[in-house]
Design a protein around this ligand. Structure first.
Ligand code: GAR
Length: 209
């Protein structure tokens, strides 16, 4: 069984979609752990309701090292294979993400590389875009900069507000994330290999799933 952990800061609707696709006890791949940097995150409640281990790890003002050390220890202790950021609103260090290369994903509410960072839907509106979407991508040391796995597109309509765009986008996110996870677990999607890595390394990462 491939063991998945989800990092979430808020509402957790993407977590819910992932839970529906990879329920605890599934022999192929299961969500085994949810971590949040916010004690009041709805995502933690959703995880507990599903009977999952749900852990609040504070992200202290001005320092992420303590969060990352605690998270790293927990992920190791629980034998996590794949790490999914779902509405996790903090930037992880290059040092933290490096060992997860090819095994850590994020979902972002724009067609990356367009509109990285905060308020992506507002950025799209302010740019006068007629469509936007979501991107599931591998996480690297940059901000929303890792190699994409898949995107889904939605239209932007006359008079749209950022909230209206976000609401239209959400169902697309809930489809895209589980789909992208399946591709990664099947070895069909991996980061562009460096010269030293070679593609075989990633293709074999989740053999047998
Ligand atoms: C989603 O729209 C996700 O794409 C976005 O936050 C929302 C979380 O919703 N993520 C980012 O903006 C990451 N920079 P959720 O908590 O209901 O899944």
């Amino acid at each position: 069984t491939r063991r998945i952990a989800v990092l979430a800061s808020g509402r957790g609707s993407n977590l819910a979609a992932l839970l529906a696709a990879f329920p605890a006890g599934d022999p192929r791949a299961e969500i085994a752990l949810v971590i949040s940097n916010r004690e009041d995150a709805l995502a933690l409640d959703r995880a507990r309701e599903a009977g999952l281990e749900a852990v609040y790890i504070p992200w202290p003002r001005g320092g992420r090292a303590a969060f990352e050390a605690a998270a790293r220890e927990l992920l190791e202790a629980r034998g996590i294979d794949l790490l999914l950021l779902a509405g996790f609103m903090r930037l992880l260090s290059g040092e933290f993400v490096a060992p997860w290369r090819g095994r850590i994903l994020n979902i972002h509410p724009s067609l990356l590389p367009l509109y990285p960072g905060l308020e992506a839907q507002r950025q799209a509106l302010e740019a006068g875009a007629t469509q936007t979407g979501c991107t599931v991508h591998f996480v690297d040391a940059g901000l929303d900069s890792g190699d994409p796995v898949l995107r889904k597109t939605v239209p932007i309509l006359q008079g749209d507000t950022p909230e209206a765009v976000a609401a239209r986008l959400l169902p697309a996110e809930h489809e895209a994330y589980p789909q992208a996870v399946r591709m990664v677990l099947a070895g069909l999607a991996f980061p562009v290999p460096t010269e030293e890595e070679g593609q075989a390394e990633f293709g074999a990462a989740f053999e047998g799933v």
